[in-house]
Design a protein around this ligand. Structure first.
Ligand SMILES: NC(=O)c1ccc[n+]([C@@H]2O[C@H](COP(=O)([O-])OP(=O)(O)OC[C@H]3O[C@@H](n4cnc5c(N)ncnc54)[C@H](O)[C@@H]3O)[C@@H](O)[C@H]2O)c1
Length: 389
């Protein structure tokens, strides 16, 4: 679906890649120049992400993938009103098919406010009929989980990056490498990038550069991530007024020039492309951002031995955490969220790299195949349940 805002002329897109159990899941982003093709790419990745984490013993079973995207500047004062008008326009889809959450350029609090204003109880309204112990119990768990703070960050703003950091640790473990000897560069310092940098640091990895929309902050001895988090703006911009000893500012285009063991993309889509993949100077690229490495660039990176962990395998934690919490696989506490995410991330990464070692394909091809197998398994379990077997 494509929508045009009568008041600003902004366009918005909703793509449902597929329905599973009659519903689909995926965030809503806002950025200038967001296109329907980009939203479709993201919706496809959501389908893979939903199925990849399937465990028959969980209450949460996969939905299909969807995504929304609005071509508008999230820093514009009219952005919250544009977001609300888009959600109002697609309300029939939200009632039945599409469960949505924050994504690039949108905040969960703005999405929650818009849902309240359009008269829907929750942004996961379409999923509520599937909660076995009832919508009230599920939404109570979600609301308690969102009120949890972890060292100054909301749990909801922490789980995605915690998962991406676990993805880094899992891929290092698969290659028998200790985190204590590694350096990392993180592109993006918002919801995903901020928490990723925090948990990489806590695992012993030296975060030597972080990029935000305004440029790069680097320090070969390691950045003080907690200080940067404390001074970060609501739109994910680092405070340049209080640099630490050894910190240097570099222009935006230098984000690939800092040599590191691990590069985590946690900003915009299509960040690594034909024109810049040769500048990548890392051994591992972990896609915390969705669709951040274009296929030709990924093939070129693979040819020179760079391991790319695809988005749907590295950044599923925020999406899965919503569902594990809503459906009651975990309680609202941070320790339960972190334990479930850590296990899922290490399990999935292990499955992918077992397949990579056995077949020689890339992690993306292996992950997509495993996701398809789990989708088939989920479908067969649903059919068995429906026929009472
Ligand atoms: N937030 C989530 O729960 C979540 C979950 C899964 C995937 N993702 C993906 O992670 C990515 C980031 O999402 P987010 O929620 O953290 O967004 P956000 O809006 O909170 O933060 C985006 C960050 O990227 C920076 N940035 C934007 N353009 C940049 C550029 N050209 N160069 C360098 N930095 C730039 C911004 O300054 C900001 O620090 C997106 O691709 C999103 O789809 C997010």
């Amino acid at each position: 679906m494509t929508w045009t805002d009568e008041q600003t002329g902004a366009t918005g897109h909703l793509v449902i890649d597929r329905l599973l159990r009659g519903a689909a899941s995926g965030g809503l982003r806002m950025r200038p120049d967001c296109t329907v093709e980009e939203v479709a790419d993201l919706a496809r990745a959501m389908t893979l992400k939903e199925s990849l984490v399937y465990r028959p013993e969980d209450h949460y079973a996969p939905f299909g993938g969807a995504k929304g995207g609005i071509d508008f500047d999230p820093a514009d004062p009219q952005a919250p009103a544009v977001l609300e008008r888009f959600l109002r326009a697609v309300r029939p889809m939200l009632e039945t098919y599409w469960s949505v959450g924050e994504d690039l350029g949108t905040r969960q609090s703005d999405i929650d406010r818009a849902f309240e204003n359009i008269g829907l109880r929750s942004c996961v309204h379409a999923a509520l009929p599937f909660v076995a112990d009832g919508a009230d119990a599920g939404l109570d768990r979600i609301s308690r989980a969102f009120s949890v703070e972890v060292d100054g960050l909301g749990l909801g703003d922490t789980v995605g990056g915690y998962g991406a950091a676990q993805s880094v640790l899992a891929v290092l473990a698969q290659h028998h490498e200790s985190p204590f000897e590694q350096t990392a560069v993180v592109q993006g310092f918002g919801s995903m990038g901020g928490a990723t940098a925090r948990y990489l640091t806590r695992a012993g990895i030296r975060v030597i550069a972080i990029a935000d929309r305004e440029g790069v902050l680097a320090n070969p001895a390691g950045l003080d991530v907690e200080r940067l988090l404390a001074g970060r703006s609501t739109s994910g911009i680092m405070d340049r007024g209080t640099l630490g000893a050894g910190d240097t500012l570099l222009p935006s285009e230098e984000w690939l020039s800092v040599e590191s063991d691990v590069l985590v993309t946690a900003a915009a889509s299509y960040a690594v492309h034909d024109g810049n993949h040769e500048q990548v100077r890392s051994r591992y690229v972990v896609e915390a951002a969705n669709v951040s490495v274009l296929p030709d660039a990924e093939a070129a990176l693979a040819a020179r031995g760079v391991i790319v962990v695809p988005d749907f395998a590295a950044n599923f934690a925020a999406n899965s955490w919503w569902w594990w919490t809503l459906f009651g696989d975990i309680g609202p506490e941070a320790d339960q969220a972190f334990a479930k995410i850590e296990k899922a991330m290490h399990d999935v990464t292990g499955e992918i790299f077992d397949n990579v070692r056995a077949t020689g394909v890339t992690p993306r091809v292996a992950g997509a195949e495993i996701s398809r197998q789990k989708l088939a398994l989920a479908l067969s379990h649903q059919q068995e349940a429906a026929s009472g077997r």
